[in-house]
Design a protein around this ligand. Sequence first.
Ligand SMILES: *Cc1c(COP(=O)(O)O)cnc(C)c1O
Length: 421
Amino acid sequence: MLALERTDPELYALIRKEERYQRDSVRLIPSENYASQAVLDASGSVLQNKYSEGYPGRRYYEGQRYIDRIESLAVSRAQALFGAEHANVQPYSGTPANFAVYCALLQPGDTILSLALPHGGHLSHGADVSMTGRFWRPVRYGVDPATGRIDMDAVREIARRERPKLIVAGGTAYPRRFDFHGFGEVAREVGALFLADISHIAGLVAGGVHESPLPHADVVMTTTHKTLRGPRGAMLLCRQGLAEAIDKAVFPGLQGGPHNHTTAAIAVALQEAAAPEFAAYARQIVANAAALAEALTARGFDLVSGGTDNHLLLIDLTRKGVIGKRAARALDRAGIVCNFNTIPDDPRKPWSPSGIRLGTPAVTSRGMREAEMVRIAGWIDQVVAAPDDEEAGRRIAHEVREFCRAFPAPGLLTGDTVAVG
Ligand SMILES: *Cc1c(COP(=O)(O)O)cnc(C)c1O
Protein backbone atom coordinates (compact mmCIF):
# COMPACT_ATOMS: atom_id res chain seq x y z
CA MET A 1 0.00 0.00 0.00
CA LEU A 2 2.93 2.29 -0.74
CA ALA A 3 0.85 4.56 -2.96
CA LEU A 4 -1.76 5.00 -0.26
CA GLU A 5 0.90 5.79 2.29
CA ARG A 6 2.16 8.57 0.00
CA THR A 7 -1.15 10.05 -1.12
CA ASP A 8 -3.17 9.77 2.08
CA PRO A 9 -0.95 9.21 5.11
CA GLU A 10 -3.80 9.94 7.51
CA LEU A 11 -6.00 7.18 6.13
CA TYR A 12 -3.05 4.84 5.70
CA ALA A 13 -2.17 5.23 9.38
CA LEU A 14 -5.75 4.37 10.40
CA ILE A 15 -5.71 1.20 8.30
CA ARG A 16 -2.40 0.19 9.85
CA LYS A 17 -3.79 0.82 13.32
CA GLU A 18 -6.80 -1.34 12.56
CA GLU A 19 -4.48 -4.03 11.25
CA ARG A 20 -2.43 -3.99 14.44
CA TYR A 21 -5.63 -4.07 16.51
CA GLN A 22 -6.80 -7.14 14.54
CA ARG A 23 -3.39 -8.71 15.10
CA ASP A 24 -3.07 -8.00 18.83
CA SER A 25 -6.55 -8.99 20.00
CA VAL A 26 -8.53 -12.19 20.35
CA ARG A 27 -11.43 -11.77 17.93
CA LEU A 28 -14.49 -13.71 19.04
CA ILE A 29 -17.25 -12.13 16.94
CA PRO A 30 -18.75 -15.21 15.25
CA SER A 31 -19.56 -13.43 11.99
CA GLU A 32 -15.96 -12.24 11.52
CA ASN A 33 -12.88 -13.90 10.11
CA TYR A 34 -9.47 -13.21 8.60
CA ALA A 35 -9.57 -13.48 4.79
CA SER A 36 -6.40 -14.79 3.18
CA GLN A 37 -3.88 -12.54 1.47
CA ALA A 38 -5.00 -14.06 -1.85
CA VAL A 39 -8.61 -13.01 -1.18
CA LEU A 40 -7.44 -9.52 -0.20
CA ASP A 41 -5.32 -9.30 -3.37
CA ALA A 42 -8.26 -10.14 -5.62
CA SER A 43 -10.59 -7.82 -3.78
CA GLY A 44 -8.17 -4.89 -4.05
CA SER A 45 -7.58 -5.46 -7.77
CA VAL A 46 -8.25 -3.44 -10.95
CA LEU A 47 -11.37 -5.52 -11.57
CA GLN A 48 -13.20 -2.82 -9.64
CA ASN A 49 -12.69 -0.50 -12.63
CA LYS A 50 -15.05 -2.46 -14.89
CA TYR A 51 -18.80 -2.14 -15.40
CA SER A 52 -20.57 -5.40 -16.30
CA GLU A 53 -24.32 -5.18 -15.79
CA GLY A 54 -25.89 -8.48 -16.78
CA TYR A 55 -24.52 -12.01 -16.55
CA PRO A 56 -21.67 -13.82 -18.38
CA GLY A 57 -22.44 -13.85 -22.10
CA ARG A 58 -25.39 -11.46 -21.64
CA ARG A 59 -23.95 -8.07 -20.68
CA TYR A 60 -25.03 -4.51 -21.35
CA TYR A 61 -21.44 -3.28 -21.76
CA GLU A 62 -18.65 -4.35 -24.08
CA GLY A 63 -15.19 -5.40 -22.98
CA GLN A 64 -16.14 -8.41 -20.84
CA ARG A 65 -13.63 -10.94 -22.22
CA TYR A 66 -11.94 -11.48 -18.87
CA ILE A 67 -14.74 -10.46 -16.53
CA ASP A 68 -17.05 -13.13 -18.02
CA ARG A 69 -14.43 -15.78 -17.40
CA ILE A 70 -13.89 -14.57 -13.82
CA GLU A 71 -17.59 -14.59 -12.95
CA SER A 72 -18.08 -17.97 -14.65
CA LEU A 73 -15.22 -19.34 -12.57
CA ALA A 74 -16.82 -18.09 -9.35
CA VAL A 75 -20.19 -19.55 -10.40
CA SER A 76 -18.79 -22.98 -11.33
CA ARG A 77 -16.75 -23.16 -8.11
CA ALA A 78 -19.85 -22.30 -6.06
CA GLN A 79 -21.87 -24.96 -7.89
CA ALA A 80 -19.17 -27.57 -7.33
CA LEU A 81 -18.49 -26.76 -3.67
CA PHE A 82 -22.14 -26.81 -2.60
CA GLY A 83 -23.54 -29.17 -5.22
CA ALA A 84 -25.90 -26.50 -6.57
CA GLU A 85 -27.65 -26.48 -9.95
CA HIS A 86 -27.46 -22.70 -10.18
CA ALA A 87 -25.40 -20.00 -8.44
CA ASN A 88 -25.63 -16.21 -8.50
CA VAL A 89 -22.52 -14.56 -7.02
CA GLN A 90 -23.54 -10.93 -7.58
CA PRO A 91 -25.47 -9.89 -4.42
CA TYR A 92 -23.64 -7.04 -2.68
CA SER A 93 -24.19 -8.57 0.75
CA GLY A 94 -26.48 -10.86 2.74
CA THR A 95 -29.30 -8.41 3.39
CA PRO A 96 -29.81 -7.43 -0.27
CA ALA A 97 -29.50 -11.12 -1.23
CA ASN A 98 -32.38 -12.05 1.07
CA PHE A 99 -34.35 -9.08 -0.26
CA ALA A 100 -33.78 -10.39 -3.78
CA VAL A 101 -35.11 -13.82 -2.79
CA TYR A 102 -38.32 -12.30 -1.43
CA CYS A 103 -38.70 -10.17 -4.57
CA ALA A 104 -38.18 -13.24 -6.76
CA LEU A 105 -40.54 -15.60 -4.95
CA LEU A 106 -43.20 -13.51 -3.20
CA GLN A 107 -45.82 -10.85 -3.77
CA PRO A 108 -45.91 -7.85 -1.42
CA GLY A 109 -47.81 -8.77 1.75
CA ASP A 110 -47.10 -12.50 1.50
CA THR A 111 -46.28 -14.28 4.74
CA ILE A 112 -42.69 -15.19 5.71
CA LEU A 113 -42.13 -17.60 8.62
CA SER A 114 -38.70 -17.14 10.21
CA LEU A 115 -36.75 -17.39 13.45
CA ALA A 116 -37.61 -14.51 15.81
CA LEU A 117 -34.90 -11.85 16.00
CA PRO A 118 -34.60 -12.00 19.82
CA HIS A 119 -34.25 -15.78 19.54
CA GLY A 120 -31.28 -15.56 17.19
CA GLY A 121 -32.86 -14.69 13.84
CA HIS A 122 -31.62 -12.01 11.42
CA LEU A 123 -33.00 -8.53 10.73
CA SER A 124 -33.42 -9.38 7.03
CA HIS A 125 -35.87 -12.20 7.87
CA GLY A 126 -38.79 -9.80 8.41
CA ALA A 127 -37.85 -7.85 11.55
CA ASP A 128 -40.03 -4.84 12.35
CA VAL A 129 -37.21 -2.34 11.82
CA SER A 130 -36.22 -3.94 8.49
CA MET A 131 -37.95 -3.10 5.21
CA THR A 132 -38.43 -6.86 4.86
CA GLY A 133 -40.90 -6.60 7.74
CA ARG A 134 -42.65 -3.69 6.03
CA PHE A 135 -43.17 -5.21 2.57
CA TRP A 136 -43.98 -8.75 3.67
CA ARG A 137 -45.94 -10.18 6.59
CA PRO A 138 -43.60 -11.82 9.08
CA VAL A 139 -44.63 -14.58 11.46
CA ARG A 140 -42.09 -16.16 13.78
CA TYR A 141 -41.00 -19.36 15.38
CA GLY A 142 -38.73 -19.31 18.40
CA VAL A 143 -36.66 -21.55 20.58
CA ASP A 144 -38.16 -23.68 23.33
CA PRO A 145 -37.60 -21.84 26.64
CA ALA A 146 -36.67 -25.07 28.39
CA THR A 147 -34.10 -26.33 25.89
CA GLY A 148 -33.01 -23.22 23.97
CA ARG A 149 -33.57 -25.25 20.78
CA ILE A 150 -35.97 -24.96 17.87
CA ASP A 151 -38.82 -27.41 18.31
CA MET A 152 -39.83 -28.68 14.85
CA ASP A 153 -43.29 -29.70 16.08
CA ALA A 154 -43.89 -26.08 17.10
CA VAL A 155 -42.61 -24.87 13.71
CA ARG A 156 -45.03 -27.26 11.96
CA GLU A 157 -47.95 -26.08 14.08
CA ILE A 158 -47.27 -22.40 13.31
CA ALA A 159 -46.81 -23.19 9.62
CA ARG A 160 -50.13 -25.06 9.46
CA ARG A 161 -51.88 -22.18 11.16
CA GLU A 162 -50.23 -19.25 9.30
CA ARG A 163 -49.79 -20.84 5.84
CA PRO A 164 -46.59 -18.89 4.96
CA LYS A 165 -45.50 -18.55 1.33
CA LEU A 166 -41.86 -18.82 2.46
CA ILE A 167 -40.15 -20.48 5.42
CA VAL A 168 -36.68 -19.27 6.39
CA ALA A 169 -34.20 -21.35 8.40
CA GLY A 170 -31.08 -19.59 9.57
CA GLY A 171 -29.88 -17.14 12.15
CA THR A 172 -27.07 -15.22 13.75
CA ALA A 173 -27.15 -16.34 17.36
CA TYR A 174 -28.39 -19.93 17.30
CA PRO A 175 -25.70 -22.25 18.69
CA ARG A 176 -27.34 -25.49 17.53
CA ARG A 177 -27.86 -27.34 14.25
CA PHE A 178 -30.71 -26.40 11.96
CA ASP A 179 -32.82 -29.39 10.97
CA PHE A 180 -32.90 -28.54 7.25
CA HIS A 181 -34.52 -31.86 6.43
CA GLY A 182 -37.31 -31.10 8.91
CA PHE A 183 -37.81 -27.56 7.59
CA GLY A 184 -38.05 -28.94 4.04
CA GLU A 185 -40.77 -31.38 5.11
CA VAL A 186 -42.81 -28.67 6.85
CA ALA A 187 -42.47 -26.37 3.82
CA ARG A 188 -43.69 -29.09 1.45
CA GLU A 189 -46.57 -29.99 3.75
CA VAL A 190 -47.93 -26.42 3.83
CA GLY A 191 -47.06 -25.57 0.23
CA ALA A 192 -44.39 -23.01 1.17
CA LEU A 193 -41.03 -22.36 -0.45
CA PHE A 194 -37.98 -22.91 1.76
CA LEU A 195 -35.05 -20.50 2.03
CA ALA A 196 -32.02 -21.72 4.01
CA ASP A 197 -29.86 -18.78 5.11
CA ILE A 198 -26.49 -20.33 5.93
CA SER A 199 -24.55 -17.07 6.24
CA HIS A 200 -23.02 -18.05 9.55
CA ILE A 201 -22.37 -21.70 8.85
CA ALA A 202 -21.47 -21.79 5.13
CA GLY A 203 -17.87 -22.74 5.97
CA LEU A 204 -19.10 -25.54 8.21
CA VAL A 205 -21.35 -26.82 5.40
CA ALA A 206 -18.50 -26.57 2.87
CA GLY A 207 -16.19 -28.36 5.30
CA GLY A 208 -18.72 -31.14 5.88
CA VAL A 209 -19.34 -30.51 9.59
CA HIS A 210 -22.91 -29.28 9.22
CA GLU A 211 -25.65 -30.91 7.16
CA SER A 212 -26.06 -29.23 3.76
CA PRO A 213 -29.46 -27.63 3.19
CA LEU A 214 -29.20 -28.09 -0.56
CA PRO A 215 -31.27 -31.21 -1.04
CA HIS A 216 -34.06 -29.70 1.07
CA ALA A 217 -34.16 -25.98 0.30
CA ASP A 218 -35.55 -24.19 -2.75
CA VAL A 219 -33.03 -21.39 -2.34
CA VAL A 220 -29.88 -21.13 -0.24
CA MET A 221 -28.40 -17.75 0.65
CA THR A 222 -25.02 -17.25 2.18
CA THR A 223 -22.76 -14.34 2.88
CA THR A 224 -19.21 -15.05 1.79
CA HIS A 225 -17.26 -13.30 4.58
CA LYS A 226 -18.14 -15.29 7.72
CA THR A 227 -17.02 -18.92 8.22
CA LEU A 228 -16.53 -19.16 4.45
CA ARG A 229 -13.63 -16.69 4.87
CA GLY A 230 -14.05 -14.79 1.62
CA PRO A 231 -14.64 -11.11 0.82
CA ARG A 232 -17.72 -9.22 2.04
CA GLY A 233 -20.45 -10.35 -0.32
CA ALA A 234 -23.16 -12.99 -0.79
CA MET A 235 -24.32 -15.80 -3.06
CA LEU A 236 -27.63 -17.38 -3.96
CA LEU A 237 -27.88 -21.07 -4.83
CA CYS A 238 -30.99 -22.66 -6.25
CA ARG A 239 -32.55 -25.25 -8.52
CA GLN A 240 -32.54 -24.55 -12.25
CA GLY A 241 -36.29 -23.94 -12.16
CA LEU A 242 -35.90 -20.81 -10.00
CA ALA A 243 -32.69 -19.56 -11.60
CA GLU A 244 -34.28 -17.03 -13.92
CA ALA A 245 -36.46 -15.47 -11.23
CA ILE A 246 -33.53 -15.24 -8.81
CA ASP A 247 -31.17 -13.76 -11.39
CA LYS A 248 -33.72 -11.17 -12.52
CA ALA A 249 -34.43 -10.15 -8.93
CA VAL A 250 -30.72 -9.51 -8.27
CA PHE A 251 -30.16 -7.72 -11.59
CA PRO A 252 -31.96 -5.67 -12.81
CA GLY A 253 -34.44 -5.98 -9.93
CA LEU A 254 -32.33 -4.69 -7.11
CA GLN A 255 -28.77 -4.02 -8.20
CA GLY A 256 -26.70 -2.41 -10.93
CA GLY A 257 -23.19 -3.41 -11.93
CA PRO A 258 -21.69 -6.34 -10.06
CA HIS A 259 -18.61 -5.73 -7.90
CA ASN A 260 -16.19 -7.67 -10.06
CA HIS A 261 -13.30 -7.43 -7.60
CA THR A 262 -15.54 -9.07 -5.01
CA THR A 263 -16.66 -11.72 -7.51
CA ALA A 264 -13.00 -12.59 -8.11
CA ALA A 265 -12.27 -12.73 -4.40
CA ILE A 266 -15.29 -15.02 -3.92
CA ALA A 267 -13.82 -17.32 -6.59
CA VAL A 268 -10.53 -17.40 -4.69
CA ALA A 269 -12.26 -18.13 -1.37
CA LEU A 270 -14.32 -20.92 -2.95
CA GLN A 271 -11.17 -22.56 -4.25
CA GLU A 272 -9.60 -22.31 -0.79
CA ALA A 273 -12.75 -23.78 0.77
CA ALA A 274 -12.61 -26.80 -1.55
CA ALA A 275 -9.15 -27.80 -0.29
CA PRO A 276 -8.79 -30.60 2.30
CA GLU A 277 -7.20 -28.14 4.78
CA PHE A 278 -10.45 -26.21 4.82
CA ALA A 279 -12.38 -29.27 6.02
CA ALA A 280 -9.83 -29.59 8.83
CA TYR A 281 -10.32 -25.87 9.56
CA ALA A 282 -14.11 -26.33 9.77
CA ARG A 283 -13.73 -29.29 12.14
CA GLN A 284 -11.38 -27.28 14.33
CA ILE A 285 -13.82 -24.31 14.49
CA VAL A 286 -16.42 -26.65 15.99
CA ALA A 287 -13.90 -28.38 18.30
CA ASN A 288 -12.72 -24.98 19.53
CA ALA A 289 -16.26 -23.77 20.18
CA ALA A 290 -16.93 -26.96 22.17
CA ALA A 291 -13.72 -26.46 24.17
CA LEU A 292 -14.57 -22.81 24.87
CA ALA A 293 -18.09 -23.82 25.90
CA GLU A 294 -16.78 -26.50 28.25
CA ALA A 295 -14.18 -24.22 29.85
CA LEU A 296 -16.69 -21.41 30.38
CA THR A 297 -19.33 -23.78 31.77
CA ALA A 298 -16.74 -25.09 34.23
CA ARG A 299 -16.26 -21.47 35.36
CA GLY A 300 -19.96 -21.04 36.08
CA PHE A 301 -21.12 -19.37 32.86
CA ASP A 302 -24.67 -20.15 31.65
CA LEU A 303 -24.76 -21.08 27.97
CA VAL A 304 -28.08 -20.74 26.15
CA SER A 305 -29.13 -24.29 25.15
CA GLY A 306 -26.38 -25.60 27.45
CA GLY A 307 -23.64 -25.64 24.82
CA THR A 308 -22.98 -25.48 21.10
CA ASP A 309 -22.98 -27.66 17.98
CA ASN A 310 -21.41 -25.06 15.72
CA HIS A 311 -19.02 -22.11 15.80
CA LEU A 312 -20.84 -19.89 18.30
CA LEU A 313 -21.84 -19.61 21.94
CA LEU A 314 -24.54 -17.43 23.44
CA ILE A 315 -23.91 -16.63 27.11
CA ASP A 316 -26.53 -15.50 29.60
CA LEU A 317 -24.66 -13.30 32.08
CA THR A 318 -27.61 -12.78 34.44
CA ARG A 319 -26.19 -15.00 37.18
CA LYS A 320 -22.82 -13.28 36.86
CA GLY A 321 -24.50 -9.98 37.74
CA VAL A 322 -23.03 -8.15 34.72
CA ILE A 323 -25.02 -6.86 31.74
CA GLY A 324 -23.86 -7.80 28.26
CA LYS A 325 -22.74 -4.34 27.17
CA ARG A 326 -20.58 -3.78 30.26
CA ALA A 327 -18.97 -7.20 29.83
CA ALA A 328 -18.35 -6.68 26.10
CA ARG A 329 -16.77 -3.23 26.69
CA ALA A 330 -14.53 -4.55 29.48
CA LEU A 331 -13.50 -7.51 27.32
CA ASP A 332 -12.59 -5.19 24.45
CA ARG A 333 -10.38 -3.14 26.80
CA ALA A 334 -8.70 -6.43 27.75
CA GLY A 335 -8.03 -7.32 24.10
CA ILE A 336 -10.91 -9.75 23.67
CA VAL A 337 -13.44 -8.56 21.09
CA CYS A 338 -17.02 -9.89 21.16
CA ASN A 339 -20.51 -8.41 21.02
CA PHE A 340 -23.38 -7.99 23.48
CA ASN A 341 -26.43 -9.95 22.40
CA THR A 342 -30.02 -10.63 23.37
CA ILE A 343 -30.76 -14.00 24.87
CA PRO A 344 -34.11 -15.73 24.14
CA ASP A 345 -36.93 -13.99 26.06
CA ASP A 346 -34.45 -11.43 27.35
CA PRO A 347 -36.00 -9.34 30.13
CA ARG A 348 -33.70 -6.46 29.06
CA LYS A 349 -33.82 -4.28 25.93
CA PRO A 350 -32.03 -5.10 22.63
CA TRP A 351 -29.61 -2.15 22.99
CA SER A 352 -28.58 -3.35 26.45
CA PRO A 353 -29.31 -7.06 26.66
CA SER A 354 -28.34 -9.77 29.13
CA GLY A 355 -25.86 -11.72 27.06
CA ILE A 356 -22.75 -11.86 24.96
CA ARG A 357 -22.09 -13.88 21.83
CA LEU A 358 -18.76 -15.57 21.14
CA GLY A 359 -17.49 -17.48 18.12
CA THR A 360 -14.35 -19.30 17.03
CA PRO A 361 -13.96 -18.81 13.22
CA ALA A 362 -11.35 -16.03 13.46
CA VAL A 363 -9.21 -17.48 16.26
CA THR A 364 -9.25 -20.84 14.47
CA SER A 365 -7.94 -19.13 11.33
CA ARG A 366 -4.92 -18.11 13.44
CA GLY A 367 -4.22 -21.76 14.27
CA MET A 368 -5.50 -21.64 17.85
CA ARG A 369 -6.76 -24.93 19.25
CA GLU A 370 -8.47 -26.34 22.34
CA ALA A 371 -5.67 -25.41 24.77
CA GLU A 372 -5.87 -21.79 23.65
CA MET A 373 -9.66 -21.80 24.16
CA VAL A 374 -9.11 -22.78 27.81
CA ARG A 375 -6.68 -19.88 28.19
CA ILE A 376 -9.18 -17.46 26.60
CA ALA A 377 -11.97 -18.72 28.87
CA GLY A 378 -9.74 -17.92 31.86
CA TRP A 379 -9.30 -14.33 30.70
CA ILE A 380 -13.03 -13.93 30.00
CA ASP A 381 -13.76 -15.16 33.50
CA GLN A 382 -11.32 -12.69 35.08
CA VAL A 383 -12.73 -9.74 33.12
CA VAL A 384 -16.38 -10.58 33.77
CA ALA A 385 -15.63 -11.07 37.49
CA ALA A 386 -14.28 -7.50 37.72
CA PRO A 387 -15.37 -5.47 34.68
CA ASP A 388 -14.41 -2.13 36.24
CA ASP A 389 -10.90 -3.17 37.25
CA GLU A 390 -8.93 -1.17 34.69
CA GLU A 391 -5.59 -2.28 36.05
CA ALA A 392 -6.52 -5.94 35.52
CA GLY A 393 -7.85 -5.05 32.07
CA ARG A 394 -4.51 -3.53 31.07
CA ARG A 395 -2.57 -6.53 32.41
CA ILE A 396 -4.80 -8.96 30.49
CA ALA A 397 -4.56 -6.87 27.32
CA HIS A 398 -0.78 -7.15 27.58
CA GLU A 399 -0.96 -10.93 28.11
CA VAL A 400 -3.36 -11.26 25.17
CA ARG A 401 -1.00 -9.27 22.91
CA GLU A 402 1.94 -11.53 23.80
CA PHE A 403 -0.24 -14.63 23.35
CA CYS A 404 -1.43 -13.49 19.90
CA ARG A 405 2.16 -13.18 18.62
CA ALA A 406 2.44 -16.95 18.37
CA PHE A 407 -0.62 -17.13 16.08
CA PRO A 408 -0.14 -15.03 12.96
CA ALA A 409 -3.46 -14.18 11.32
CA PRO A 410 -3.99 -14.74 7.57
CA GLY A 411 -3.71 -11.55 5.56
CA LEU A 412 -2.08 -9.45 8.28
CA LEU A 413 1.47 -8.22 8.56
CA THR A 414 3.08 -10.05 11.41
CA GLY A 415 6.18 -8.36 12.78
CA ASP A 416 6.55 -5.14 14.69
CA THR A 417 7.73 -3.52 11.48
CA VAL A 418 4.15 -2.37 10.94
CA ALA A 419 4.40 1.38 10.95
CA VAL A 420 1.83 3.01 13.16
CA GLY A 421 1.24 6.71 12.74
C1 LIG B 1 -24.80 -11.82 8.35
C2 LIG B 1 -26.14 -12.34 8.02
C3 LIG B 1 -26.93 -11.74 7.02
C4 LIG B 1 -26.64 -10.40 6.39
O1 LIG B 1 -25.42 -10.17 5.93
P1 LIG B 1 -24.90 -8.68 5.59
O2 LIG B 1 -23.83 -8.99 4.63
O3 LIG B 1 -24.42 -8.14 6.90
O4 LIG B 1 -26.03 -7.90 5.03
C5 LIG B 1 -28.13 -12.34 6.69
N1 LIG B 1 -28.53 -13.46 7.30
C6 LIG B 1 -27.82 -14.03 8.29
C7 LIG B 1 -28.33 -15.27 8.93
C8 LIG B 1 -26.60 -13.49 8.68
O5 LIG B 1 -25.92 -14.07 9.66
